[in-house]
Ligand binder design. Sequence first.
Ligand code: ATP
Ligand code: SF4
Ligand code: MG
Length: 370
Amino acid sequence: MADVTKNDEAVSDEVAAVEAAIAKPVERGEPILQVRNLVKHFPLTQGILFKKQVGAVKAVDGISFDLYQGETLGIVGESGCGKSTVAKLLMNLERATAGEVFYKGQDITKLSRRALKAVRRNIQMVFQDPYTSLNPRMTVGDIIGETYDIHPEVAPKGDRRRKVQELLDVVGLNPEYINRYPHQFSGGQRQRIGIARGLALNPEIIICDEPVSALDVSVQAQVINLMEKLQDEFNLSYIFIAHDLSIVRHISDRVGVMYLGKMAEIGTDTEIYDHPTHPYTQALLSAVPVPDPEAREHRERIILTGDVPSPANPPSGCRFRTRCWKAQDRCATEEPLLAIPQRFVGDDTPAAHESACHFAEEKDVVHAVN
Ligand SMILES: Nc1ncnc2c1ncn2[C@@H]1O[C@H](COP(=O)(O)OP(=O)(O)OP(=O)(O)O)[C@@H](O)[C@H]1O
Ligand code: SF4
Ligand SMILES: [Mg+2]
């Protein structure tokens, strides 16, 4: 870890610089998080005694995006494309292989442990599974209150019970439930506890990794509504990872589409859902079930053939080319960069947003996702 190579004085200077940066407010609409060329390769090893690296799973392979103050950035993509790994890298739960994550201008991928602790308070996470992410042997009061053991400056010991009860109230739970255990709550209530725990340290950013995927549809809406209310109340910025395209559209201001460790396309919800220019996004949207029979009859479904290639051995050039109906020779040799396609630069059209395709263009797909 970085602490080993930095002397005490350097670490103290770093902590002071980080705390000064954190104290500065970020205006609404300014970037609070800037991700640049972020890479995470997990080594693939062989051998029992003498482990030899024989390759790497390229889970995240050069991703850049910004998160603006007060917005929700949705991230979608098929299973295994690297969404959770991005979340863990942003939280520094995984160390990046390369690249930077600037939080208020400070690169948090290279901070010492002490400086990182100050940052962690402000970037929290809500996990997918409200059943396994809460310790069954601890009361709700202890689950939420334990965050204050690491950051006692937020709630001194005598004040914790009151703080936890306040949080329970904020997320719509009865404050008198403070001594109950997780099994005494429904799935939706447990996710409210997870959200209360995420809020306990007054963070600025919450990274939500599939926060409602394990819940019943009727409960999903309640939890999403709660998250929107809390965002306004506490001026939070969200990264919202999910499979469900309609939930992502509902909650997000902007959406990023990932494919095999890369960002394929990113833009506002209207740009991505109503004017997608990347063939992968078009295929994803065309696969969403359409309830209206007439619309269903007129829709063109794009059926992707072939499996998702292994992230240990991704295709050359464009990673999507093995499943893309538009692929040409150039796609195998030249990697398309995430940028506004040249043909749309300067145009006042919703198609003018970042798309990593040599032949980006709009295509009519029936939009079931509103
Ligand atoms: N600790 C690890 N060691 C090795 N490979 C890993 C590790 N964590 C993730 N991977 C691999 O990295 C790739 C991306 O995984 P990740 O969990 O980020 O995907 P995801 O998009 O979150 O998928 P899902 O939608 O199923 O949650 C996968 O191929 C996964 O097997
Ligand atoms: S660059 Fe080529 S293979 Fe990749 S999405 Fe565009 S057309 Fe398809
Ligand atoms: Mg995941």
